[in-house]
Design a protein. Structure first.
Length: 328
């Protein structure tokens, strides 16, 4: 079917964050061929959002162009499509385009498409788009929610913790100060933090995603660095205060990126869920009332077996069409 072939073509174009250009150019060609007015929004050199309109758009379907590394090749079997971006979010791009075409074929032209760079790292594309709104009333952000409307999403805080020490010969450790051991103590205490929960959003979580330091095994390390990601159900300012109190003057903390807790819109008659992950929704405040939904499971995203069920992909098209008609 056409949606499966489009998903294949999208997956075959590598678009790891900061390398989205080829995918943006492909979509410009594809959507221009479908008689959309297509604009490339330059977010940074060689990085472009794709905005496609067929007239005055009251509803925007949006998701992201970029993927996490590494690129995984396309393959399929009877039930699933596999490859990087299959569910996060190239299958969703295909589903949104298919839904928009279904709506247009029935005479509904108030639909637009907005595909963004950088969601997997810092939402650079969404931040740029938010400075250039087009007056839409609603938007549906596509993320893998198993075709359910997300009630809300947890906040997300990325923290970089850097410890300093004093280098020395490893045969004389008392002459130095190990930054790695200092950092490990801090991380152990962070792992022991009492993380709050919420009756709607669930449990806060913490992941230590990057840990690095030192230069040689025979040198006491004078520096060490970790990056952690906290998915929070309380305000990020409260999380920062707790982290800084725990760390004290033992290390430096900076916050490269953060996403606040976000509550979305839902409609009666649609299944709902809670998104533990972050999305571009908090950064598209000028694009209308937000909805978050899409085919695929977040449990398959960012894995070495990323996939999307063909059946769920087709159901995603039906979800988007049904949602648009309810909103109109």
């Amino acid at each position: 079917m056409q949606i499966f072939d489009l998903t294949r073509q999208l997956i075959e174009i590598e678009s790891v964050t900061e390398n989205e250009r080829d995918l943006a150019f492909f979509l410009r060609r594809h959507l221009s061929g479908l008689q959309y007015d297509v604009t490339l929004q330059e977010v940074a050199p060689d990085r472009f959002n794709v905005l496609a309109l067929a007239g005055k758009a009251d509803l925007i379907f949006t998701t992201h162009l970029d993927t996490v590394p590494p690129h995984l090749p396309y393959r399929e079997d009877e039930d699933y499509i596999y490859g990087r971006g299959a569910c996060d979010a190239k299958g969703i791009i295909a589903a949104q385009i298919s839904a928009a075409e279904r709506l247009r074929s029935s005479g509904e032209s108030r639909i637009g498409l907005l595909f963004l760079v950088g969601e997997e790292r810092n939402s650079a594309g969404a931040l740029h788009a938010n400075r250039n709104p087009i007056g839409s009333r609603y938007y549906v952000d596509g993320e893998p929610t198993e075709n359910k409307l997300a009630v809300g999403s947890k906040g997300s805080l990325r923290a970089e913790i850097t410890a300093r020490g004093r280098a020395a010969h490893s045969a004389y450790p008392h002459m130095g100060e190990s930054a790695i051991l200092k950092l490990l103590d801090i991380l152990s205490e962070i792992r022991g933090m009492d993380l709050p929960s919420d009756p709607i959003l669930g449990q806060s979580t913490c992941n230590i995603g990057i840990l690095e330091g030192g230069t040689r095994p025979n040198i006491i390390p004078d520096h060490a660095r970790a990056e952690i990601m906290i998915r929070s159900v309380v305000s990020l300012e409260e999380v920062k205060r707790n982290l800084e109190s725990l760390v004290g003057d033992r290390a430096e903390i900076r916050y490269p990126f953060e996403v606040p807790i976000t509550m979305m819109n839902v409609l009666e008659g649609f299944e709902t869920t809670v998104a533990s992950f972050a999305s571009d929704v908090p950064f598209l405040t000028n694009w209308g009332k937000p909805f978050l939904a899409g085919p695929g499971s977040i449990l398959d995203a960012h894995t070495d077996h990323e996939r999307i069920a063909k059946k769920e992909l087709l159901e995603g098209v039906e979800l988007y069409v049904r949602l648009a008609r309810r909103l109109f």
